[in-house]
Design a protein around this ligand. Structure first.
Ligand code: SF4
Length: 297
């Protein structure tokens, strides 16, 4: 079968799954049309161990696509978003050298605006076409945890119904993949309209990265619990409770008491609860929403 721009990347991915071989082969990929207007494909990498054939790293970070700088330099996360990511990793005490960084789509999609090349979000077809490269990276690097940066990466692995605003920072399970945690893309922080929004987004990104680091240290704390059952109709009351708290009340204590959740501890920015014989973790609202909607259990 001829290798055409409609067939996706599968025909271009070599059987040898070592990173140097993959990195070389991706430059020949015509799996979709994005290669036509990009300088080069940008494959994933480790900050160090550049020659590592099959590195064993704990964390793989997946962004959306290369930006203008990445396209010119041929390396992921070297532009302004990459610099911010480095700072946030540092704040979260994650060793940047031990993180494999890559993108969902390997070629830069852009549109001209004057002399500038403006980022254009990749479409579903391009994301699907490029998936074999990401799959090859996952099989080669074999991370213990995937961190999706931004909605494009998150939805490509967790499905189009995944909502980053509601479920960022939660550990998600997908059959055949390592656990996944999704958070904001650093470029979304940079694009925030006000200083206040930028500050808040940055805090979310750092908090989620800290959670990812904590997961790698204490994975048992993040076991999803399928034992939490409570009547769906109680959800509005549960979520309304904090808003009806009187001044001086502790909303968390009110909710946990009312619904029989034992508030065990707060570890970092993560909360642990007991319900019957089950221990589960997460932010209270997210835990309740996920449990009631059956999205996670
Ligand atoms: S974006 Fe992916 S599938 Fe499309 S040409 Fe580039 S490497 Fe191939």
């Amino acid at each position: 079968m001829p290798k055409t721009a409609t067939n996706g990347a599968a025909a271009f991915v070599p059987g040898d799954r070592s990173l140097p071989v993959l990195r070389k082969a991706v430059q020949q990929c015509h799996g979709c049309d994005l290669y036509r207007h990009a300088t080069q494909a940008v494959f994933g990498e480790l900050e160090t161990h550049e020659d590592a054939t099959r590195p064993k790293v704990a964390m793989m970070m997946i962004g959306e696509q290369p930006g203008d700088q990445e396209d010119r330099q041929g390396r992921p996360f070297v532009g302004p978003a990459g610099k911010l990511l480095d700072q946030c990793l540092d704040e979260a005490r994650i060793d940047r050298d031990a993180v494999y960084v890559t993108n969902t789509v390997k070629h830069f999609k852009w549109e001209p605006r004057g002399k500038l090349r403006i980022h254009k979000k990749p479409g579903m077809q391009e994301i699907r076409a490029c998936r074999p490269w990401l799959q090859a990276e996952l099989e080669t690097v074999r991370p213990r945890l995937i961190v999706c940066l931004g909605a494009v990466a998150a939805q490509s692995l967790l499905g189009s119904k995944f909502r980053l605003t509601q479920a960022h920072g939660e550990i998600e399970e997908v059959k055949g993949l390592p656990p996944i945690i999704a958070t904001l893309h650093p470029s979304a922080v940079l694009r925030a309209r006000t200083d206040e929004d930028r500050h808040r987004s940055r805090e979310i990104l750092v908090a989620d990265l800290k959670r990812a680091a904590d997961y790698l240290k204490h994975p048992q704390r993040y076991n999803k619990c399928s034992m939490i059952k409570a009547p769906r109709q109680q959800l509005p009351a549960m979520l309304a409770a904090p808003q009806t708290a009187l001044p001086g009340d502790n909303p968390r204590a009110m909710v946990t008491k009312k619904f029989g959740l034992e508030d065990l501890e707060v570890h970092g920015d993560r909360e642990f609860y007991r319900y019957g014989n089950a221990i589960f973790s997460g932010r209270l609202e997210a835990v309740l929403l996920h449990s009631f909607n059956g999205l996670v259990v």
